[in-house]
Design a protein around this ligand. Structure first.
Ligand SMILES: [Zn+2]
Ligand SMILES: [Zn+2]
Ligand SMILES: [Zn+2]
Length: 156
């Protein structure tokens, strides 16, 4: 029983922690050292389906896969569940950011709620900035409270 609790904490903790990691990576890596990969996500360069920005999916998938493998070889211990949390976050990020917000696949178009509207608005604010050094809203699933308020007032 005890291990189930530890595994659950590992899974949920990794998922929540990844929002912080994503924020840091977006602000300091994607808008930092590896800006040349992220730049075409802010300023379209051609009409192709893939962006250089997609390299980050491969890069950011590595830690999750390593944790999954390491945990598998150790009897599916908590490291496996950390890997599962990281990987699930990556999936959620992809669904929200690439499908829901940027509509790279023509599904999930009509998802509508205050949360989804606020989330889309927050990321639009991120995209308003075209340069490397200015920016806001680097997170993804955690939406700053002010956008909830803004969207709620719009509804009323
Ligand atoms: Zn960005
Ligand atoms: Zn972005
Ligand atoms: Zn974006």
């Amino acid at each position: 029983m005890k291990t189930i609790i530890i595994d659950a904490i590992a899974l949920i903790g990794a998922f929540i922690g990844m929002e912080g990691v994503a924020w840091l990576a977006h602000k300091y890596i994607m808008h930092g050292l590896l800006w040349r990969w992220h730049r075409d996500h802010h300023k379209k360069e051609d009409d192709g389906f893939f962006e250089h920005n997609d390299f980050f999916f491969i890069l950011f998938a590595v830690p999750g896969i390593l944790c999954l493998l390491f945990g598998m070889f150790n009897n599916y211990n908590f490291v496996f569940w950390i890997g599962a949390g990281i990987t699930l976050y990556g999936l959620a990020y992809f669904i929200i950011h690439d499908i829901f917000i940027h509509q790279r696949f023509k599904i999930l178009r009509h998802s509508d709620s205050v949360y989804f509207r606020a989330l889309r608005r927050a990321h639009k604010m991120h995209h308003k900035h075209l340069g490397k050094f200015d920016g806001e809203c680097f997170g993804m699933l955690w939406v700053p409270f002010k956008y909830f308020k803004e969207m709620k007032n719009k509804n009323a």
